[in-house]
Design a protein around this ligand. Sequence first.
Ligand SMILES: N[C@@H](CCC(=O)N[C@@H](CS)C(=O)NCC(=O)O)C(=O)O
Length: 239
Amino acid sequence: MIHCYSWPTPNGIKIHTMLEETRLDYKVTGIDITRGDQFKPSFLKFSPNNKMPAIIDDKGPGNKPIAVFESGAILMYLAEKTGKFLPKRARDRYEVIQWLMFQMGGVGPMLGQANFFRKYCPEKIPYAIKRYTNEASRLYNVLDQRLKTHEYLANDKYSIADMAVWPWIIPYFQGVKLGDYKHLQRWYLEIEKRPAVQRGLLVLADRQAPGEEIKMDNSIKERLYGKTQRDAGKRRVAS
Ligand SMILES: N[C@@H](CCC(=O)N[C@@H](CS)C(=O)NCC(=O)O)C(=O)O
Protein backbone atom coordinates (compact mmCIF):
# COMPACT_ATOMS: atom_id res chain seq x y z
CA MET A 1 0.00 0.00 0.00
CA ILE A 2 1.19 3.50 -0.88
CA HIS A 3 0.16 6.20 1.58
CA CYS A 4 -0.03 9.47 -0.32
CA TYR A 5 0.02 12.74 1.65
CA SER A 6 -1.24 15.36 -0.67
CA TRP A 7 -3.49 18.23 -1.71
CA PRO A 8 -5.01 18.88 -5.16
CA THR A 9 -2.45 21.47 -6.33
CA PRO A 10 -0.38 20.86 -9.51
CA ASN A 11 2.36 19.11 -7.49
CA GLY A 12 -0.23 16.87 -5.87
CA ILE A 13 -2.13 16.17 -9.10
CA LYS A 14 1.07 14.78 -10.70
CA ILE A 15 1.22 12.06 -8.08
CA HIS A 16 -2.52 11.34 -8.13
CA THR A 17 -2.22 10.87 -11.91
CA MET A 18 0.75 8.51 -11.61
CA LEU A 19 -0.98 6.44 -8.91
CA GLU A 20 -4.01 6.12 -11.17
CA GLU A 21 -1.94 5.42 -14.31
CA THR A 22 -0.08 2.60 -12.58
CA ARG A 23 -3.15 1.28 -10.73
CA LEU A 24 -1.13 0.94 -7.54
CA ASP A 25 -2.98 0.30 -4.33
CA TYR A 26 -3.02 3.67 -2.55
CA LYS A 27 -4.66 5.69 0.17
CA VAL A 28 -4.70 9.49 0.26
CA THR A 29 -4.46 11.66 3.35
CA GLY A 30 -5.28 15.31 2.68
CA ILE A 31 -2.56 17.74 3.74
CA ASP A 32 -4.62 20.91 3.78
CA ILE A 33 -1.94 23.55 3.27
CA THR A 34 -4.39 26.37 4.00
CA ARG A 35 -5.07 24.90 7.43
CA GLY A 36 -1.39 24.26 8.22
CA ASP A 37 -1.30 20.43 8.07
CA GLN A 38 2.16 20.70 6.45
CA PHE A 39 3.64 21.96 9.72
CA LYS A 40 2.48 19.05 11.88
CA PRO A 41 5.40 17.17 13.47
CA SER A 42 3.98 13.85 12.25
CA PHE A 43 4.22 15.12 8.63
CA LEU A 44 7.57 16.91 9.02
CA LYS A 45 9.06 13.63 10.13
CA PHE A 46 9.05 12.35 6.54
CA SER A 47 8.56 15.63 4.64
CA PRO A 48 11.10 17.97 6.25
CA ASN A 49 10.55 20.80 3.74
CA ASN A 50 6.95 21.28 5.02
CA LYS A 51 5.54 20.76 1.54
CA MET A 52 3.22 18.19 0.06
CA PRO A 53 3.25 15.75 -1.71
CA ALA A 54 5.04 12.95 0.11
CA ILE A 55 4.49 9.20 0.11
CA ILE A 56 5.19 6.24 2.31
CA ASP A 57 5.36 2.88 0.58
CA ASP A 58 4.84 -0.01 3.01
CA LYS A 59 6.74 -2.26 0.61
CA GLY A 60 9.79 -0.27 -0.43
CA PRO A 61 13.20 -1.63 -1.47
CA GLY A 62 14.09 -4.76 0.50
CA ASN A 63 10.39 -5.11 1.33
CA LYS A 64 10.80 -2.41 4.00
CA PRO A 65 8.82 0.85 4.27
CA ILE A 66 10.26 3.88 2.53
CA ALA A 67 9.21 7.54 2.67
CA VAL A 68 9.83 9.86 -0.30
CA PHE A 69 9.21 13.61 -0.60
CA GLU A 70 9.61 15.99 -3.62
CA SER A 71 7.17 15.23 -6.42
CA GLY A 72 9.89 14.56 -9.04
CA ALA A 73 11.55 11.99 -6.78
CA ILE A 74 8.16 10.40 -6.05
CA LEU A 75 7.40 10.09 -9.77
CA MET A 76 10.79 8.45 -10.38
CA TYR A 77 10.29 6.12 -7.43
CA LEU A 78 6.85 5.00 -8.60
CA ALA A 79 8.10 4.62 -12.18
CA GLU A 80 10.96 2.41 -11.03
CA LYS A 81 8.71 0.41 -8.74
CA THR A 82 6.25 -0.37 -11.53
CA GLY A 83 8.59 -0.31 -14.54
CA LYS A 84 6.24 2.19 -16.22
CA PHE A 85 6.59 5.66 -17.77
CA LEU A 86 10.40 5.84 -17.38
CA PRO A 87 12.35 3.79 -19.94
CA LYS A 88 15.23 1.56 -18.92
CA ARG A 89 17.56 2.38 -21.84
CA ALA A 90 19.93 5.14 -20.64
CA ARG A 91 19.46 7.44 -23.65
CA ASP A 92 15.65 7.29 -23.41
CA ARG A 93 15.72 7.52 -19.63
CA TYR A 94 17.73 10.76 -19.63
CA GLU A 95 15.40 12.22 -22.21
CA VAL A 96 12.59 11.81 -19.68
CA ILE A 97 14.69 12.93 -16.71
CA GLN A 98 15.81 16.16 -18.40
CA TRP A 99 12.19 17.21 -19.08
CA LEU A 100 11.19 16.17 -15.59
CA MET A 101 13.97 18.37 -14.15
CA PHE A 102 12.90 21.20 -16.47
CA GLN A 103 9.49 20.99 -14.81
CA MET A 104 10.87 20.76 -11.28
CA GLY A 105 13.41 23.56 -11.66
CA GLY A 106 11.58 25.80 -14.14
CA VAL A 107 7.91 25.32 -14.92
CA GLY A 108 6.81 24.68 -11.31
CA PRO A 109 8.72 27.42 -9.48
CA MET A 110 8.24 30.08 -12.18
CA LEU A 111 4.54 29.49 -12.80
CA GLY A 112 4.10 29.28 -9.03
CA GLN A 113 5.55 32.79 -8.74
CA ALA A 114 3.42 34.01 -11.66
CA ASN A 115 0.30 32.71 -9.89
CA PHE A 116 1.44 34.28 -6.62
CA PHE A 117 2.26 37.76 -7.90
CA ARG A 118 -0.73 37.90 -10.25
CA LYS A 119 -3.32 36.56 -7.82
CA TYR A 120 -2.33 36.14 -4.20
CA CYS A 121 0.30 38.76 -3.35
CA PRO A 122 -1.35 41.37 -1.08
CA GLU A 123 0.57 44.15 -2.88
CA LYS A 124 0.42 44.62 -6.64
CA ILE A 125 4.08 44.78 -7.68
CA PRO A 126 4.17 45.58 -11.43
CA TYR A 127 7.80 44.56 -11.95
CA ALA A 128 7.28 41.14 -10.33
CA ILE A 129 4.06 40.59 -12.28
CA LYS A 130 5.85 41.45 -15.53
CA ARG A 131 8.91 39.36 -14.73
CA TYR A 132 6.98 36.17 -13.93
CA THR A 133 4.36 36.60 -16.65
CA ASN A 134 7.23 36.98 -19.14
CA GLU A 135 8.83 33.85 -17.73
CA ALA A 136 5.52 31.94 -17.97
CA SER A 137 5.25 32.98 -21.61
CA ARG A 138 8.88 31.97 -22.29
CA LEU A 139 8.33 28.52 -20.75
CA TYR A 140 5.07 28.03 -22.67
CA ASN A 141 7.02 28.78 -25.86
CA VAL A 142 9.76 26.27 -24.97
CA LEU A 143 7.08 23.61 -24.48
CA ASP A 144 5.20 24.66 -27.60
CA GLN A 145 8.33 24.43 -29.75
CA ARG A 146 9.17 21.00 -28.38
CA LEU A 147 5.64 19.72 -28.96
CA LYS A 148 5.62 21.07 -32.49
CA THR A 149 7.93 18.24 -33.49
CA HIS A 150 7.23 15.65 -30.76
CA GLU A 151 4.00 14.01 -29.72
CA TYR A 152 5.06 13.97 -26.07
CA LEU A 153 7.91 15.70 -24.25
CA ALA A 154 10.34 12.77 -24.30
CA ASN A 155 10.83 9.90 -26.73
CA ASP A 156 7.43 10.61 -28.33
CA LYS A 157 5.94 8.53 -25.52
CA TYR A 158 3.77 9.57 -22.59
CA SER A 159 6.01 9.55 -19.51
CA ILE A 160 6.42 10.97 -16.01
CA ALA A 161 7.75 14.15 -17.66
CA ASP A 162 4.34 14.79 -19.25
CA MET A 163 2.62 13.87 -15.99
CA ALA A 164 4.76 16.44 -14.14
CA VAL A 165 4.19 19.32 -16.58
CA TRP A 166 0.52 18.72 -17.40
CA PRO A 167 -1.13 19.95 -14.15
CA TRP A 168 0.90 23.16 -14.34
CA ILE A 169 -0.80 23.97 -17.65
CA ILE A 170 -4.28 23.77 -16.08
CA PRO A 171 -5.41 27.39 -16.36
CA TYR A 172 -4.71 28.98 -12.99
CA PHE A 173 -3.52 32.58 -13.04
CA GLN A 174 -0.34 32.25 -15.14
CA GLY A 175 -1.30 35.23 -17.31
CA VAL A 176 -0.92 33.34 -20.63
CA LYS A 177 -3.61 31.99 -22.94
CA LEU A 178 -3.24 28.32 -23.80
CA GLY A 179 -4.94 28.92 -27.16
CA ASP A 180 -1.92 31.03 -28.19
CA TYR A 181 0.31 27.93 -28.00
CA LYS A 182 -1.31 25.51 -30.39
CA HIS A 183 1.08 22.55 -30.04
CA LEU A 184 1.02 22.79 -26.27
CA GLN A 185 -2.77 23.02 -26.41
CA ARG A 186 -2.98 19.91 -28.64
CA TRP A 187 -0.84 17.99 -26.11
CA TYR A 188 -2.81 19.35 -23.13
CA LEU A 189 -6.20 18.37 -24.58
CA GLU A 190 -4.97 14.94 -25.60
CA ILE A 191 -3.62 14.12 -22.13
CA GLU A 192 -6.72 15.53 -20.50
CA LYS A 193 -8.72 12.74 -22.17
CA ARG A 194 -6.76 9.97 -20.46
CA PRO A 195 -9.06 8.14 -18.02
CA ALA A 196 -6.31 8.00 -15.37
CA VAL A 197 -5.85 11.77 -15.61
CA GLN A 198 -9.57 12.26 -15.15
CA ARG A 199 -9.56 9.95 -12.12
CA GLY A 200 -6.49 11.71 -10.73
CA LEU A 201 -8.26 15.07 -10.98
CA LEU A 202 -11.02 13.77 -8.73
CA VAL A 203 -8.65 12.96 -5.85
CA LEU A 204 -9.50 15.36 -2.98
CA ALA A 205 -11.41 17.54 -5.47
CA ASP A 206 -14.30 17.72 -3.02
CA ARG A 207 -11.95 19.72 -0.75
CA GLN A 208 -10.48 21.98 -3.45
CA ALA A 209 -11.18 21.81 -7.17
CA PRO A 210 -8.16 21.86 -9.54
CA GLY A 211 -7.68 25.37 -10.95
CA GLU A 212 -9.91 26.89 -8.26
CA GLU A 213 -8.81 30.09 -6.55
CA ILE A 214 -7.75 29.54 -2.94
CA LYS A 215 -9.93 31.77 -0.80
CA MET A 216 -7.14 33.47 1.11
CA ASP A 217 -7.86 35.07 4.42
CA ASN A 218 -5.16 36.73 6.51
CA SER A 219 -4.46 33.62 8.57
CA ILE A 220 -3.90 31.51 5.42
CA LYS A 221 -1.60 34.20 3.98
CA GLU A 222 0.32 34.28 7.22
CA ARG A 223 0.80 30.49 7.17
CA LEU A 224 1.80 30.27 3.53
CA TYR A 225 3.89 33.44 3.16
CA GLY A 226 4.46 34.94 6.60
CA LYS A 227 6.22 34.22 9.87
CA THR A 228 4.83 30.69 10.27
CA GLN A 229 6.33 29.80 6.90
CA ARG A 230 9.60 31.60 7.64
CA ASP A 231 10.08 29.84 10.95
CA ALA A 232 8.91 26.42 9.74
CA GLY A 233 12.49 25.46 8.90
CA LYS A 234 13.39 25.64 12.59
CA ARG A 235 10.55 23.36 13.64
CA ARG A 236 12.23 20.07 13.05
CA VAL A 237 11.49 16.78 14.64
CA ALA A 238 14.32 14.82 16.18
CA SER A 239 14.77 11.64 14.15
N1 LIG B 1 9.41 21.00 -5.09
C1 LIG B 1 8.28 20.54 -4.33
C2 LIG B 1 7.30 21.67 -4.19
C3 LIG B 1 6.10 21.27 -3.38
C4 LIG B 1 5.24 22.48 -3.03
O1 LIG B 1 5.60 23.63 -3.31
N2 LIG B 1 4.12 22.21 -2.38
C5 LIG B 1 3.29 23.31 -1.94
C6 LIG B 1 1.93 23.25 -2.58
S1 LIG B 1 1.98 23.04 -4.33
C7 LIG B 1 3.11 23.22 -0.45
O2 LIG B 1 3.07 22.16 0.14
N3 LIG B 1 3.02 24.37 0.22
C8 LIG B 1 2.85 24.47 1.62
C9 LIG B 1 3.75 25.48 2.25
O3 LIG B 1 4.50 26.15 1.51
O4 LIG B 1 3.72 25.62 3.46
C10 LIG B 1 7.65 19.33 -5.03
O5 LIG B 1 7.62 19.34 -6.25
O6 LIG B 1 7.23 18.39 -4.33
